[in-house]
Design a protein around this ligand. Structure first.
Ligand code: PGA
Length: 253
């Protein structure tokens, strides 16, 4: 049996959401310090955009990469309050999360917009982490695979490669709730996502990482990360504390 980790290097990405001030550099420094042993895992911290440039200096030379939490499809222009992928790259980011369920809900982002953002990420040389996931109601009505499949069809950009695209499966009801799907349910969705990726991108789809996200903690990470086709985690709340974030990363080894 080929273990997922044997063909895809795990990625643990921290999504700080709207949390963090300049003083959070101390927590990041603790992450940098603890990351030295985690040589088999890619580590990414996505702080608020205000902190990317300052944090870039802190992580320089370490195993921790920085990412943004969203970007505008355009490179520049009259879009008050928005931030482009090029700006994130300029500030030192290497990746950007697009289509997080909080953006899809709070800002009514559509699959088409998410795809445009993923294309913008590639244009700027960033890895796009495209998020998909069902609501509780959709899961209870048995629509999970249809919903996730539809989101992938609409949100993923053509011509992507394993070097520029990561998919994150995040059940909406598991985000910030302390609830997680069963291992069997995670396996079923990740298997379906892998099949979609291979169907769409051929061999490249085999190499693309599929992260699980939604209430990942040090205590459940080992079990979740051992599921076939789970190639890492997208972590919200637990990524704010160095000990928790590093504990989750250690579970991927
Ligand atoms: P959580 O958030 O780990 O706090 O559930 C995950 C996410 O929204 O990416």
């Amino acid at each position: 049996m080929v273990m997922a980790g044997a063909i895809r290097r795990p990625l643990v990405a921290g999504n700080w959401k709207m949390n963090g001030l300049k003083a959070s550099a101390a927590e990041l420094a603790a992450m940098v310090q603890g990351s030295g042993d985690l040589t088999a895992v890619d580590l990414l911290v996505c702080p608020p955009a205000t902190l990317v440039a300052g944090f870039a200096e802190l992580v320089a030379g370490s195993a921790i990469l920085l990412g943004g939490q969203d970007c505008h499809p355009d490179a520049s222009g009259a879009h008050t309050g928005d931030i482009s992928a090029e700006m994130l790259a300029d500030a030192g980011a290497r990746a950007v999360i697009v289509g997080h369920s909080e953006r899809r809900t709070n800002h009514r982002e559509t699959d088409g917009l998410v795809r445009a953002k993923a294309l913008a990420a590639r244009r700027a040389g960033l890895i796009a982490i495209v998020c998909v996931g069902e609501t509780r109601q959709q899961r209870e009505s048995g629509a999970t695979l249809n919903v996730v499949g539809g989101q992938l069809d609409g949100s993923l950009p053509d011509g992507a490669s394993a070097a520029d695209l990561v998919v994150a499966y995040e059940p909406v009801w598991a985000i910030g709730s302390g609830l997680t799907p069963t291992v069997a349910d995670v396996a079923e969705v990740h298997r379906a996502i892998r099949a979609k990726l291979v169907d769409r991108y051929d061999a490249a789809g085999q190499g693309m990482r599929i992260l699980y996200g939604g209430s990942v903690k040090p205590g459940n990470a080992k079990e979740l990360m051992a599921v076939p086709d789970v190639d890492g985690a997208l972590v919200g709340g637990a990524s704010l504390k160095a000990a928790d974030f590093l504990g989750i990363a250690a579970a991927c080894r």
